[in-house]
Ligand binder design. Structure first.
Ligand SMILES: CC(=O)N[C@H](C=O)[C@@H](O)[C@H](O)[C@H](O)CO
Ligand SMILES: CC(=O)C(=O)O
Length: 319
């Protein structure tokens, strides 16, 4: 057996008593050089920005926002390791997305996440050859998570991008019998019937994390414990206010804030909001040099990015 760093062993021993993942989780962008190479040197200042300017306590690395599926296994390992390293004593939890089309690549990333002391792993359904049934999907998840059996595992439901439309509630039904490390759900879909059933049928101890930022309040109303999303990178302050206002029982106050975000997001969508534009907004608002999105994504229009930046600042104040 290869020796693990002490911090990794400690993290594995304590993972079962870690505080549940709640509140906002920023799904991180991947810093690239202008030529498209991964640039881990930006991650230190990125962590400081999230903590100090956006009130973020947790990150989700190498997901769709991080262009995880467009990165090599080695690039993903380098990013995951640097996020874990830079987050020490600054962020509470670092969750690594380890989903790949190849079960062996996914296992390698899961094993690596455990070695570097990550706090949890997450997986989307494979999206080229797709699982034909719920059981087939759970078999895939079970095989991957067996490579990191002590790390909490969050299933990531993302039908719009994976094309796998198996209801999350049916995936969760009985999942802990197959996957003892199963710990919670990241639900990135607008189907609130499915999400409601997930919350209703799950033990209270499983974090239910909603993933459609522009309608977070609806997720909260159905019992979400927190949220994982891309816009928390730069709208974290406003979304933290939504969480706090809702928790105090001030629904009308929370609605006002959510409507303002919807006004911004509706405007952004009219101006071609996608990962490229979102990453550019993060650069403009944070000042961090994150570079462009990687092919096959096209660069966004600078004019649109500036218009959306102005709309954010005029509607929500300086971010
Ligand atoms: C499809 C996708 O990437 N969804 C993200 C989370 O999972 C969200 O954070 C969205 O980026 C966000 O809600 C903007 O539409
Ligand atoms: C948006 C999100 O949660 C992800 O990066 O996967």
């Amino acid at each position: 057996m290869t020796a693990l760093p002490v911090c990794a062993l400690f993290s594995q021993m304590t993972s079962s008593v870690k505080r549940p993942l709640t509140g906002l989780v920023a799904a991180t962008f991947t810093p690239l050089t202008p030529h498209g190479e991964v640039d881990v040197s930006v991650i230190g200042p990125y962590v400081d920005y999230l903590v100090n300017k956006q009130g973020i306590k947790h990150v989700f690395v190498n997901g769709s926002t991080g262009e995880g599926m467009s990165l090599s296994v080695n690039e993903r390992k380098a990013l995951a390791a640097e996020w874990c390293r830079q987050s020490k004593n600054k962020l509470e939890q670092v969750i690594i997305h380890v989903g790949c089309l190849s079960v062996s690549d996914s296992k390698e990333l899961a094993r690596h996440a455990a070695e570097i002391g990550a706090d949890g792993i997450s997986l989307i359904a494979p999206s080229f050859f797709k699982p034909s049934s719920r059981d087939c999907l759970v078999q895939f998840l079970k095989e991957v998570t067996s490579a990191a059996p002590h790390l909490p595992f969050y299933y990531y439901h993302l039908p719009a991008l994976t094309g796998v439309h198996i209801p999350a509630a049916s995936v969760l039904d009985g999942i802990q019998k197959s996957i003892p490390s199963f710990q919670g759900l990241k639900f990135s879909d607008k189907d609130l019937l499915d999400f409601g059933l997930c919350v209703y049928k799950s033990p209270k101890s499983w974090p239910m994390l909603y993933g459609v930022d522009e309608q977070l309040l609806a997720g909260l109303a159905l019992g979400a414990h927190g949220a994982i999303g891309s816009t928390y990178n730069y709208l974290g302050t406003t979304f933290n206010e939504i969480l706090d206002t809702f928790a105090k029982g001030d629904l009308a106050g929370a609605q006002i804030l959510q409507f303002k975000v919807q006004d911004v997001m509706g405007f952004a969508m009219q101006h071609g909001f996608n990962l490229s534009l979102s990453k550019r907004l993060m650069c403009l608002l944070s000042g961090l040099p994150l570079g462009p999105a990687r092919l096959p994504l096209a660069p966004c229009s600078e004019e649109d990015a500036r218009l959306v930046q102005a709309k954010i600042q005029e509607t929500l104040g300086p971010q």
